[in-house]
Design a protein around this ligand. Structure first.
Ligand SMILES: CCCCCCCCCCCCCCCCC(=O)SCCNC(=O)CCNC(=O)[C@H](O)C(C)(C)COP(=O)(O)OP(=O)(O)OC[C@H]1O[C@@H](n2cnc3c(N)ncnc32)[C@H](O)[C@@H]1OP(=O)(O)O
Ligand code: UBL
Length: 267
């Protein structure tokens, strides 16, 4: 029995490099599967540490999560080239908005995440096993995208409490992953919250992943990701009537930056 398992294990180990060469699909599945496994196992190991160190759900746990997730890039040969971090140094709370391409964004998020910053996430993530637990402990704000009214209520609450809690809130205004190399139209919630709380909007742009990551083509190799934190956009004195223009302005600036960072000619 043991000999059988030994032979089986040896065969897989010998065949794996061949399989990975022969089949991009196998290579992609193994790499993305390993990414999920890293999330799952590291979440399970980090959750007790967060509970022991910080006692429960608090943005302070993001420091621990960030320390762990920042190591993931080495497993996948990914490098980040970051510019503009000084733009995070605003007095007090702010709304941070960035493009969202894939679950790989979690590495980019943690690469630059400022202190006291929580994220807005779809509520389905709460049920992602140990990952749901760790993002709950990290203070992630969960919204139900299928119910605009309830999502708006949650966001309105964020606008009220972010000042007292002195937290920054990171939102993906596209509202979903989009790995096309362009931006989807922006949802307005993040900008309503910024205006309601009268806090600046800080745009963050990640260069396109398409040169090293494309699930449709089973592409997932090593690569470099350029990250640029843009100057804050003030909202003091703005009202809800200005939200559409603020959203459009932010969209245009981020889209131009995305094209520049990705070496794509602007339109
Ligand atoms: C140790 C190991 C650990 C391993 C794991 C570690 C993981 C790392 C930890 C961090 C985890 C981070 C997880 C991130 C997950 C990211 C996501 O899940 S992205 C998906 C969720 N995010 C969003 O959806 C983006 C935010 N969405 C919005 O802001 C939306 O606007 C909305 C509030 C959900 C409403 O959406 P919708 O109705 O579809 O569209 P809109 O056009 O935006 O709004 C319609 C309408 O309503 C007005 N409006 C919107 N928001 C408000 C508001 N807050 N107040 C008032 N009015 C609002 C808007 O103006 C529109 O009206 P109009 O007349 O057309 O203008
Ligand atoms: C014992 C229970 C076992 C449960 C198994 C679950 C295993 C969980 C392992 C990994 C989960 C990875 C999720 C990590 C967070 C990723 C954040 C993210 O990028 O979510 C996508 C969201 O932004 C937008 O979603 P859509 O593009 O709209 O779709």
């Amino acid at each position: 029995m043991e000999l059988g398992w030994l032979l089986w294990g040896a065969a897989v180990l010998l065949l794996l490099p061949v399989l990975m060469e022969l089949s991009p699909a196998v290579n992609f599945a193994l790499r993305i599967g390993f990414y999920y496994l890293l999330f799952f196992v590291c979440s399970a190991l980090t959750a007790p540490v967060c509970l022991l160190v910080n006692g429960g759900r608090t943005v302070k746990n993001m420091r621990i999560i960030k320390t762990v997730v920042k190591t993931f890039k080495y497993f996948f040969g990914l490098r980040f080239e970051v510019k503009g971090l000084e733009n995070f140094e605003v007095e007090g709370p702010a709304i941070i908005v960035s493009n969202h391409q894939s679950i790989l964004d979690m590495m980019g998020l943690m690469e630059v995440l400022p202190d006291n910053c929580v994220q807005v996430g779809k509520k389905e993530l709460m049920y992602a096993g140990t990952v749901g637990l760790i993002i709950y402990l990290g203070g992630v704000i969960f919204i139900n995208r299928k119910s605009t009214s309830s999502a708006k209520m949650v966001m309105a609450e964020v606008a009220k409490t972010m000042a007292t809690d002195n937290v920054k809130v990171w939102v993906y205004p596209e509202g979903t992953r989009n790995c096309t190399g362009d931006l989807l139209p922006f949802k307005k919630g993040a900008f309503h919250v910024a205006v309601q709380a009268q806090v600046p909007v800080i745009p963050v742009v990640y260069s396109s992943f398409t040169t090293f990551y494309n699930p449709k083509k089973n592409l997932f190799t090593s690569g470099k990701i350029k990250v640029e934190v843009l100057p804050p956009i003030e909202t003091k004195g703005l009202t809800s009537d200005d939200v559409s223009e603020l959203t459009d302005r932010c969209y245009r600036t981020m889209r131009a930056t995305l094209f520049r960072l990705s070496g794509r000619p602007g339109e």
